[in-house]
Design a protein around this ligand. Structure first.
Ligand SMILES: [Cu+2]
Length: 324
């Protein structure tokens, strides 16, 4: 079996071009399903929309996010709790396998965006970083009332259409429109810095009571509910537009952000080899979906991976660099 190498999109043009090409192919790959099959209503009279393989990953994320664990809790089956890192690691693995399939390259590794390297620069320059160039993800949305992306491979005139969107109240809608971004740099908000990342990598344990947005420990700092340094959440908030919704995997930048988050988890694991994933299987039932051997929320497969399955993936991929 080929072990893929995940590389820095800021410096590896080959990985960058392959990722862009793979995204376009998955976005064009019709599944025969529509938003009607999932009973998703049309926004402002929008008829049922066709769903591509890419769009199904958006739905998977939405389903996991809308699964409160336990019911009624702030914590859900992919966020605001310990499973945040293993669930997204699993999502990335399945997306990467689909990219390998459409690219016919079993060794393709998902690239990562080391946003802290951009965060170390001035806030004004961050929207011009390599990741936002025309040949990469394209840049900020237009300044008008609709902040549609106008440059790069996923621009409004490229044919890239968003089909599912969740509004501020968490309701899901079928839509048919270009991708939205509205960078917060104009408001003086900067990306996380290398110093923020290094401080997070020191933290122990992996996670702890109350296992949510108020927890001390590594997971919550990296997920970004702690103040003042947001890390993962701050990247979503900084890009705004589609990156801010529960349907954030619409924007190809989502996976570059999460690949970097996954890299930071791998770096933490390497730095603290004796620190276990927590909670273990003896934790109470209200932590269902977050304990070591609990099945995670699946979508494409009958069998669900567990956090335990995600702890050592070195036979599947490695990162070109774990140092910051
Ligand atoms: Cu997520």
């Amino acid at each position: 079996m080929t072990v893929g190498i995940r590389r820095d999109i800021r410096s590896d043009d080959g990985a960058r071009d392959a990722y862009v090409q793979g995204v376009i192919r998955l976005k064009q790959e019709d599944t025969g399903l529509t938003t009607g099959d999932f009973r998703i209503p049309g926004f402002a009279g929008t008829p049922p929309q066709p769903l591509s393989t890419w769009d199904l990953f958006v739905l998977w994320h939405l389903v996991a996010m809308n699964t409160s664990t336990p019911p009624g809790a702030d914590r859900n089956a992919a966020h605001v709790g310990p499973v945040f890192l293993p669930w997204h690691r699993w999502m990335l693995l399945l997306l990467e396998a689909n990219l390998q399939r459409v690219l016919r390259d079993a060794g393709f590794g998902l690239p990562y965006w080391d946003w802290a390297a951009d965060g170390d620069g001035s806030v004004d320059e961050q929207p011009q970083a390599p990741v936002w160039k025309r040949e990469c993800m394209g840049g900020d949305g237009s300044a008008g009332s609709e902040p549609f992306v106008t440059t790069g491979p996923f621009a409004a005139d490229s044919g890239f259409r968003v089909r599912v969107w969740s509004d501020e109240e968490g309701r899901v809608w079928a839509v048919d429109r270009p991708l939205r971004r509205r960078f917060r740099a104009g408001e003086g908000l900067g990306l996380p810095t290398t110093a923020d990342v290094k401080a997070a990598l020191e933290l122990l344990p992996y996670d702890t009571e109350p296992w949510d947005r108020n927890s001390d420990g590594f997971r919550n700092r990296l997920e970004g509910w702690t103040r003042p340094t947001g890390l993962h959440n701050l990247v979503h908030v900084w890009a705004r537009g589609d990156m801010e919704a529960a349907t954030s995997p619409n924007d190809p930048v989502f996976y570059l952000n999460h690949c970097n988050v996954d890299r930071l988890w791998a770096a933490w694991q390497a730095e603290h080899p004796d620190a276990p994933y927590l909670p273990g299987d003896d934790a109470p039932g209200d932590l269902l979906r977050h304990r070591l051997s609990d099945p995670m929320v699946a979508f494409f497969t009958d069998t669900a991976a567990t956090p335990a399955d995600m702890l050592d993936v070195s036979s599947i991929y490695t990162y070109d660099r774990l140092t910051m």
